[in-house]
Design a protein around this ligand. Structure first.
Ligand code: F6R
Length: 256
């Protein structure tokens, strides 16, 4: 795992955007795995400002709420259209987001997995992290081999996400999420985490044992993960000075 610690979320986001831009320029028909949530908003603003060519890209979002329509202002469909897809030249036929209104959820999940495979797999998967260590919506105790499926949100995640809804009770209980096994098959994962409420989850994910109690810790099994942190999210990392040292000593050819 490469851990990049920056003084601010803004500085870390700019480097993450450069990593994404490089992927897009090097492989114009790349397959991107996308995430939603507050952490991603400034990243998508940066990417929009870079005026990249999205015309040949294919995207797969990590997750979607079950039971709310794609038109609902808090659906992840709406989030993605508002923050990114309406502002770049993406071919909307190449955009994939789980169907939260699917009649047959297991069949829709299996089909989602088939579409990822048919697209050749994900080149770069963006990830945020929940305060409980979830990636996608793989809550603690999720199987580390899981595939796209239905999950029930924890009360903590519903509380964390209530800020986006008019009333806390409106947050759906269920979601469709790519599994941890699905995420681990991506060729490169980029995880962004900012603020002190992510510090514990990040310390456990990076330096703790691999455990389904912190689903992000499964990323320790992945050969290519880049983690972007601000100082606050890095505060509980025991080896943070070493991670800074590694970043400073990077050979030119490895720099983003
Ligand atoms: C959303 C997703 C989640 C979020 C996580 C952090 O698509 O996959 O794992 O990344 O809940 O959300 P924020 O960024 O709002 O703190």
């Amino acid at each position: 795992m490469e851990i990049i610690i920056q003084p601010t979320a803004e500085a870390a986001t700019k480097i993450a955007a450069r990593l994404m831009a490089r992927t897009i320029r090097e492989k114009p028909a790349a397959v991107l795995g996308l995430a939603t949530g507050g952490t991603m908003e400034p990243l998508y603003r940066e990417l929009v400002a870079m005026k990249l060519d999205w015309s040949k890209l294919t995207t797969f979002n990590l997750d979607e709420y079950i039971g709310i329509s794609p038109m609902h202002p808090q659906s992840y469909h709406s989030f993605m259209c508002e923050k990114l897809f309406s502002k770049v030249n993406i071919n909307i036929g190449n955009v994939h987001i789980p169907d939260g209104l699917a009649k047959d959820v297991p069949a829709a999940c299996a089909h989602y997995e088939e579409k990822i495979s048919a697209a050749g797999g994900i080149d770069l998967q963006l990830l945020g992290i929940g305060t409980d260590g979830h990636i996608g919506f793989n809550e603690p105790t999720s199987s580390l081999a899981s595939r796209t499926r239905i999950k029930t949100l924890t009360p903590q995640t519903r509380k964390d996400n209530a800020r986006y809804f008019e009333r806390a009770g409106e947050v759906p209980f269920h979601v469709i999420t790519m599994g941890i096994g699905t995420i681990l098959e991506s060729r490169h994962c980029a995880l962004l985490a900012f603020g002190k409420n992510k510090a514990r989850a990040m310390a456990e994910a990076v330096e703790g044992p691999i455990t389904s109690m912190n689903p992000a810790s499964a990323l320790q099994l992945h050969p290519k993960v880049t983690v972007f942190l601000d100082e606050e999210a890095a505060v509980e990392l025991k080896m943070k000075d070493y991670y800074r040292w590694v970043f400073e000593q990077k050979p030119d050819w490895q720099k983003v």
